[in-house]
Each structure stands twice: as structure tokens, then as C-alpha cells.
Design a protein around this ligand. Sequence first.
Ligand SMILES: O=P(O)(O)OC[C@H](O)CO
Length: 492
Amino acid sequence: MARDEVILAIDQGTSSTKALLVDRHGQVVARASEPLGQTQPHPGWVEQSPAEVWAGVLAATRRCLDGHDPRSVAAVGISNQRESMVLWDRATGEPVAPLLGWQDQRTAARCAALAAEGFGDLVREVTGLPLDPMFSATKGGWLLDHADPDRRRSGRGELCLGTVDSWLLSRFGGEHVIEIGNAARTQLMDVRTGRWDPRLLELFGIPAEVLPRIVPSTGPFPAVRGLPPLPDGVPVTAVLGDSHAALFAHAGWRPGRVKATYGTGSSIMALSPDAAVAGTALCLTVAWATGDAVAHAVEGNIRSSGSTLRWLADVVGRTPAELADLAASASSDGVHLVPAFGGLSAPWWDSDAQAVLAGMTLGTRLPQIARAALESIAFQVEDVVAAAGHHEVLLADGGAAANPALMQIQADVSGREVHQSLVADLSALGAAHLAGLGAALWSRAELEDLDRTVRVFSPRNDTAERRRMLGAWHQAVSRARSSDPSIPGGTP
Ligand SMILES: O=P(O)(O)OC[C@H](O)CO
């Protein structure tokens, strides 16, 4: 392998597509980003254009490689937004419907009906996931109901259904495939066997003929074709869901580590060596598979973290950065904001919970509320981290993780070290790290030493103080929660 060879990593996310060139030391030598739009044609619906998704990949790749020799790219790694669904015509490769985004809630009633019919336990047992419109299965059913109601074309294999990784790989031609971690988030795969489950395909109305073949995160995938200025034939040696890729970039396989990505919402994920789920509070998923070696993970998603500050900033006519500054030096003075906008997800799974601002007095001012908003991010993350088992180190990345005040609050409420990543774009980097292994740019041992610079935040309080803080937070959470006794989850 020549010393100047690089990996091209593509991170196809919800709001943008990023492309990175990563050298053999794990250093990013070029990056480009292309924004991606979405539409909400009805309340709760979230759509994107599959063609625009692909155009963003083309544009980001071209700009990233500007000034670099495309022949130096040894391999491509892809990370992608998960759960979103695309339906296309196998013969023409043209989409037959918009992409249904992972935030799309149009199948909420369908999920509720299936739960009422008693299918929740089967779905959770087989897939490790709660019945929820976020996952792909009901989205796939909805797309087929509209494009092929009698499933005649589907049964003849004329249509292809896939997640975003499948869609991007289909642009290269070749076999219809899906990476196993992405497949694990469709709610159609048996999370323990790594195969489509026939009972679930029937339940969700998805003929097997429309589905891709499930392959490990290391492939084999179709090689690059039609992604200029890359020459055709460059191998794709890694594909990962974005949250999984971030865990890989953190070297999350080391024991005692759990990662949190602080974005619009937050994703908390840790490897689960025994593939055990923590009750019903978290999801079980496949983190990645390298060849036959499958690594399972537990994951919890929080709907509102960075978006809580954005919401408050809009309400009070400030910017999120101004609020973060106010919050950094303030005390919440007993004020709690429980941002249950649209309910609470992990670990509570209470879709009827309502957002609550609690503990105010006549002396409460904006700094206290801003502080409560910031603390709500850390408290929610800690609730999921606690449900994920015993971990000494919390690995932090994502936009809001750049805020040192939040990282210190996180260490204080968690009672564990927080390692704030000082390296950006971890999802793309994770895909690059795995792709570089496949391309022999580095060995397994060298992978351990790639750049993962962190700033460490240690807890500054004692156990009693931490318990008091968490107790007060959980009181506020109980005010936000609905009284529906059938809610799964319970105390983390
Ligand atoms: O593209 P992001 O960063 O919003 O991530 C989307 C997640 O994969 C959804 O599960």
C-alpha cells in the first residue's frame, strides 16, 4: 500500500452529506459538506428526495477531492442516517416515492393498532426494538401500500425497498444489499440471527422479494461506479449506521465505555457483549459485523437535546449560543425543564408525556431557565447511560458536546469521567476507520492508535450531591409523565 493513499468517507446524514479524506495516520486532509433539505407535507410527515440525497453525495465527493488525486483513494467508507426508507424500481433504478425520513410519524396509528393487537412483545423479542414509527418496517409497508397495494410488482421482484445505505450502494449497480447494522434498525431483522424474520415480513406486509441481502459491515459491497472524479472500481470496504460509526470512531469496543452523540436529539450506545437488553428501557441492535464476528449494542435515543436550546432561544428571541453562555455561569436554583416535546423516548417510552417547566419562583429569570434547559440534556443522557449498565467512561461527541459547561454538568450528574472528543465528524471517521482496515491502510493494532484526542471532565461533586440532583430531576420527570400504567420502560 503506497504511503500517500487515503480513505474517502461519506457520511450521508439527515441535514447534510459530508465527505472526508482520511490519511493513513487517521488525519482528515480534506472535507466538504452539502446541505440536504426535507419537507413536511403534513404534520408529522418528514420526506426527502432520494435524488437529492444522491446529488449531495456526488457534490460533496467532488468538492472534497478538489485538489487531490482521485487515484490516491484506496477505498470508500459510508455512514448514513438510519431507519429512513426508499422505494425504487429495480429495472430503472428510479425512486417511485419520496424517502420517508426516520422522524416521520405517519405510521404512528399503525404501530398503535399493532400494539393493541398484542404484537409488541413479538416485535421486541425478535428485533430488540419497541414498536415505534421511527423504525423502517411500517414506513416500508406504507410505501408499498401506495406504490403497489396488491404487492403484485413486489412479488415479481420489480421493486427494491431499502435504507439509505442500500439506496446509495444501488447507484453503483450490482446486487441489492443492506449493511447488517442498518438492517437491525428496520424492525424486520432477527437481531440475534441477522436474518429477515418471515413472521415480521408478513406482519408489516413486506414481501421478501423487495428486500436487500443482509451483509456484514465490511461487505462485500458493490464497488464505486459513477462517482466522479473517483475512478470506477474503487472498493467500498465499510458501511455503518451513523450512530454505530461514531461508536467505532471512539474505539467503543474497549470495555467500560458508552458513547453519547449530542445532536438535535441524542443517541447513547454501548457494546453489549452478551446481547442482553436492559429490560424494556433500551433497544438491542447490531453495532457492526466484521466478517462473521457480530458485535451487539444497546442504544437509547433522546428526542430533544440540542433542539431544547434551539426551542428556548426561539421563544425568548436569543440565539442558542447566547443561552449557552447564560447557562454556563448560572445556577438552576431548583428549576427543571423536562423537554418532553412529543413525549419521552428512552428510557421512559412515554409518548403521552408532556413538556414541563417546574420549580419556578417569582425570582426565576432567564439564566435559571437556560441552565435548566442545558441540564436537561445531561440528565436525560444520564438516565439512558444508567440503563445501559455499568460504564466508567462516557465518550461524548456531536455539536452540543463542544460546550464545556454541558460536559462538566454531564460529569457531575453521571459521576463518571466524560471524554469530550476534540475530533469532529465522528460518524464519517468511524466509517473511514473501518474502511481503512479493509483496505489494509492500517492494521487492527494500528487502529487502536488512530487520533482520538479527548478533553477529560471529572465529576466535581460527591455521591450524596449527585443523588440529590438526580432525585430532583426524577421528580420533575414524574410531573411530565402520563399516568398510563401500560407504558413500558419504567425506572431506569
Ligand atoms: O443524520 P442524523 O445525525 O440526524 O442521524 C440520524 C439517525 O441515524 C437516526 O437514527
